[in-house]
Design a protein around this ligand. Sequence first.
Ligand SMILES: N[C@@H](CCC(=O)N[C@@H](CS)C(=O)NCC(=O)O)C(=O)O
Length: 210
Amino acid sequence: MSYTLYGRPWSGSLTVEFMLEELGIPYQRSLVTGYRDAIQPPSFAEINPLREVPVLVDDDGLVMTESAAILLLLAQRRAENLLPPAGSALQGEHLRWMFYLAAAVYPTSMKIFHPDNSTDEPAHEASILARGTKVLNHQWGVVCAAIDGRCHMVGDSMTVVDFYLMMFAYWFAEMDGIEDSPLIRPFRERHLESDSARRVLARHISGDWV
Ligand SMILES: N[C@@H](CCC(=O)N[C@@H](CS)C(=O)NCC(=O)O)C(=O)O
């Protein structure tokens, strides 16, 4: 099975790439540019009516949106060792952090990256940004306190949530107004300096993404 990943530099496609590359899963990248009504190519709106990336499409035509769901499906298909045993306490923790990142941290970070999505009044954007920064510092502080200098979010080995966390750890390392914590640094150093992560990051940094 091979895949097409729709994405763009610095976007949520980052986390899916981290996992695809580390697992050696064949895929091709398809660049999406512009936002909302100006999305390019316009046909992307038929693939994801929300016009958001990442989107992963498989050879059978299955369209997956929602970054957390994409990562969990890939693990189920290709690397069950990245999923804690069903019904275990570890799985509970794993699900908790997957949902927390998807439902709390990701949407708040989008308020900061795209405050214009939350208002039709340009004059309101500064206050959305300010509030988003405050909330994100709180939410990110909770993650940093939980990882507490360890290299894995749950348990003692790599799980899916670590691939998800790599993206946020990367985004927030140098983000204006976001307080970086020494408690997340060992995680960042361990995972963002692997060969596969470096390959992914090089594309995002250069902007030569396809
Ligand atoms: N819930 C979605 C959120 C995806 C999302 O917000 N993607 C951003 C890029 S990181 C996007 O495409 N935004 C489009 C826009 O702001 O119009 C997920 O987890 O995949």
